[in-house]
Design a protein around this ligand. Sequence first.
Ligand code: NAD
Length: 421
Amino acid sequence: MSNLFLAAQTQLDEVAALLHLPPEIHSLLREPMREHVARFPVRMDDDSTRVFTGFRVQYNHALGPCKGGLRFHPEETVDTVRALAAWMTWKTALVDLPLGGGKGGVICNPKQLSEGELERVSRGFIRAIAKYIDDDVDVPAPDVYTNPQVMAWMMDEFATIRGHHRPGVITGKPVHLGGSLGRDDATARGGMYTIREAASNLGLDLSQATAVIQGYGNAGAFAHKLIEQLFGTKVIAISDSRGAIHSADGIDAQAAQEHKDATGSVVGLAGATRVEPEDLLELETDVLIPAALENVIHSGNAERIRAKIVAELANGPTTPEADPILHARGVRVIPDFLCNAGGVTVSYFEQVQNLNLDRWKLEQVHWRLDERMTEAFHTVEEKRQSLNVHPRLAAYAVAVERVARACIDRGWISRSSLARK
Ligand code: NAD
């Protein structure tokens, strides 16, 4: 299913049927509650003006202010942003944060923009959506091809518009501007805690295990470093947008990062051989970590995935058609909105620190993150066993039940709908 939003709706439909969700609630949860589309002019370095298009989707705010990343991507579509906003809604509910779900994106290729142009795109987008965000309304954060510098420009633009300091309006800021310690590797670290719990359930010794990682950005590169550091797991293959490499002896995280910093890609690292990017996913390994793009595990290759655990750091890497195939073959999937919830959890910690004018120590961030991720993992595990369904459906069931209950308790949907279902 190539339209990501249709995939997200299909997943919700499945859980709605499983939970016998009243049609009123199902229909409310099936679409975003609010969407903003902005077209904004940006002055380019050659003095020409380009009009950029950006989206901010506020999917559901029953549990609290919307929260979710901003992506800068040349192929961004509103449907991708809708799907990601829906997943943010389930994700914040699943890790029990007092937040709703949102997502945004700007159609642009940051690799083709100068630093000045990137700054003007960032500021231009915030000017376009400033009316619709705030620390108690909707709080953006970094995502694909956006970073703390982009967040700093956006925070500054918002403060200039409002005329007062408002650091909690955006998270993922540089630490000296109110960012949280531990935000840089939070997504990967949170994923590690879920991998640790899944491995323990399966009786898998991670110190003797192998891992394969697709994608070498924030999520993938930190996953490499942390799986080595925390568990001693051997990473045998990695990839980025330029290609994939493999070494049965293991790829050192520091060497790979240094090579990528020097050359722009992991491809060409000494001691590793180049493999086809599609083949990387099908390598025999204990842990497979898709940490790049969506729809990479699908009905065409799910039969050939040989990992014991698929830890979805990326959003939407597995299509709905592939889920039952993986489940039937005994592959344990840690679904995206559980596995990669570490990022939003530490973003939430950042918001809490900003609102309290506080700064937490790194150890404090780590143990609080571990506590939330571990609890969420086991809540999903209990649901998986009680409903006898695959993990994604179980995670959906936990999250959707929480959001549905909030919609009813707020009075958005009548309680009697429960009796009419
Ligand atoms: P990023 O921009 O830092 O990195 C993306 C990486 O994917 C790059 O290394 C790029 O080269 C690689 N890539 C692109 N196309 C590829 C391809 N065809 N094959 C292999 N690699 C390819 O982005 P990120 O922040 O690491 O995000 C990656 C995924 O994780 C996305 O799905 C994102 O939504 C998800 N995610 C990220 C965070 C976060 O905090 N960064 C949080 C939750 C989810």
